[in-house]
Design a protein around this ligand. Structure first.
Ligand SMILES: Nc1ncnc2c1ncn2[C@@H]1O[C@H](COP(=O)(O)OP(=O)(O)OP(=O)(O)O)[C@@H](O)[C@H]1O
Ligand SMILES: [Mg+2]
Length: 318
C-alpha cells in the first residue's frame, strides 16, 4: 500500500532525509522512530505529498504521489505534526469541511462526521471553536479529520503526543484496531507504544535508516542473552557449582538468596542462542524446582540509545 523507494530531501544545503526506503502493507502498523530532527516528519510529509521529493519515488495504493497525486492522496489519512486546524471553525464545522473536501456530500458527509466524532470522543466539544479547545481535544479533532473518509492508508505523526494517559490508551486501541485492515505509519517517541502497537519498526537517525525489523528483533539486538533463574530449596553454592562451565556462559552470579529461593544470573558469552535451554536441562536433570527461568530482555529505550547515539558514547556505555 505504501512504497517509498530511496527517498531523499534537501533543505538548501541540509540533507534531512537520505535514501530512505520503506514499504507498508495492509495489516501492518509501522512504528517510525528516531531522535528529534532525525527526519521522521519530513519523510511523512513526502509520503503524503505535502513536500516534494528531492530524490526517489513514493507510491500509495499503486499511485505515484507526484505523477498522480489526487488518486494517491484520496487513499491517505494524515495527522500532521502539531495537529494544525482552522482555529475559528467549530469541531463539527471543521470536520464537515474536511468531509466535503474528501468529496463526501449530504448524508454521507453527515454520517462520516458523526462517526469520526464518536470514534474520537468529541461529542462534548462539537460546537466549540477549535481555538478554544484544550491541546488534547484539538489533537483529537485533527485525528478525526484524518479518519473521516475511512482511508486505507494512515500516516500519523506522533498521534498520542499531548494526550492524557486515558486518551493515549484509547488512541492506541483505535490504531491497533484500524491496523488490522489498513496500512499505517505511526511516528512516536514513546517506546512502549511500539510494543503495544506496531508490527514493524523503522528507525532513522540523521536522515538515514538505521534499523528495520520487528519489535522483537529490535529487542533481541540489545539483549545481552543473560539468563536469570530462581530455584527453590537448593543451597546457593551447590547451584552455582552445577551451573558453572556451561557452554557459552560465564560463571553464575548469585543475585538474591532469600525465602528459601536463590536467584542467579548467568551471563552469556558472545551471542550464542539457547543458554536458557541448557540451564533448564541442568535444573531438570537435578530434579530442582524453579519458578523463574528466562533470557533477560533488553529495554527498548536502551536499544534505541545504542542504535542512535554516536559511536564514542556507545563505547562509553558498554
Ligand atoms: N522546511 C524546512 N526547512 C529547512 N529545514 C527543515 C525544514 N523542515 C525540517 N527541516 C530540518 O530537517 C531535519 C529533520 O526534521 P524533521 O522535522 O523531519 O525531524 P523529526 O524526526 O520529525 O523530529 P522530531 O522528533 O523533533 O519531530 C531537521 O534538521 C530540521 O531542522
Ligand atoms: Mg517530527
Amino acid at each position: 500500500m505504501i512504497e517509498a523507494k530511496h527517498i531523499s530531501k534537501w533543505f538548501g544545503p541540509v540533507l534531512a532525509v537520505n535514501d530512505v526506503s520503506l514499504t507498508v502493507e495492509r495489516g501492518d502498523v509501522l512504528g517510525f522512530l528516531g531522535p528529534n530532527g532525525a527526519g521522521k516528519s519530513t519523510t511523512m510529509r513526502m509520503i503524503t505529498g505535502f513536500l516534494r521529493l528531492s530524490g526517489g519515488t513514493v507510491s500509495v495504493g499503486g499511485h505515484d504521489i507526484e505523477a498522480d497525486p489526487i488518486a494517491a492522496k484520496a487513499m491517505i489519512g494524515y495527522l500532521p505534526e502539531n495537529a494544525p486546524a482552522y482555529p475559528e471553525m467549530t469541531v463539527t464545522g471543521f470536520l464537515r469541511f474536511g468531509a466535503e473536501i474528501r468529496g463526501l456530500r449530504g448524508r454521507a458527509a453527515t454520517e462520516a462526521v458523526e462517526r469520526a466524532i464518536e470514534t474520537c470522543f468529541l461529542d462534548r466539544v462539537r460546537h466549540q471553536a477549535i481555538d478554544t479547545l484544550s491541546k488534547g481535544y484539538k489533537h483529537r479533532t485533527c485525528f478525526a479529520q484524518a479518519i473521516l473518509h475511512d482511508p486505507p492508508v494512515l500516516i500519523l505523526d506522533e498521534p498520542t503526543d499531548g494526550l492524557d494517559p486515558n486518551q493515549k490508551h484509547e488512541v492506541r486501541q483505535l490504531i491497533r484496531e484500524m491496523g488490522r485492515t489498513k496500512a499505517i505509519i505511526v511516528s512516536t517517541h514513546i517506546l512502549e507504544e511500539v510494543e503495544a502497537l506496531c508490527s514493524r519498526v523503522t528507525i532513522i537517525d540523521r536522515g538515514s535508516l538505521v534499523f528495520n525489523g520487528s519489535p522483537a528483533e529490535l529487542k533481541a539486538r540489545g539483549s545481552s542473552g543473560d539468563v536469570i533463574c530462581r530455584v527453590q530449596a537448593v543451597a546457593a553454592g551447590e547451584l552455582v557449582q552445577a551451573l558453572t562451565g556451561l557452554e557459552g556462559a560465564a560463571a553464575p552470579e548469585v543475585v538474591a538468596d532469600t525465602d528459601g529461593a536463590v536467584t542467579l544470573r548467568i551471563a552469556a558469552r558472545g551471542r550464542q542462542a539457547g543458554l536458557a535451554g541448557r540451564v533448564r536441562k541442568v535444573l531438570i536433570g537435578k530434579g530442582w524446582d524453579f519458578d523463574e527461568l528466562h533470557t533477560e530482555e533488553a529495554r527498548l529505550d536502551e536499544v534505541f540509545r545504542e542504535i542512535t547515539l554516536p559511536d564514542t558514547v556507545q563505547e562509553g556505555q558498554a
